[in-house]
Design a protein. Sequence first.
Length: 135
Amino acid sequence: MSLPASRRSAREYQRAMVESARPTELVVLLYDGAIRFVTQARALMPDGDREARNTALVKAQRILGELLAALDRDSSEPVVTNLTRLYTYMLRLLVEANLNDRAEPLDEVASILRELREAWSEVDRQARAGSDGAA
């Protein structure tokens, strides 16, 4: 079974965007995805659509897992330690929200993700400015 042309085009566009992105830009894109899925799950809380909520939360958990796996475990940098703790904490909150039908943990995760996204967006702006100046 093949995808409709519009979905196929969207996936091809996403693939091209990821393949040409700077590493810092990829991190921002991952945060965007995690925020989107946590927001979707939060919106589904009052509806009681547990299956759709679970799907969105699993997607957010996978993104956080990728962000966690990408960290340099051999680094003693405080930022690596802090991000490891934050990602692990957010993963626990997502599981808690899903198991206990609680929206508050999702609100907290979304807030943390937005703050991290803004910080990485600034890092990406600086990386872009640095590479533009080097060219």
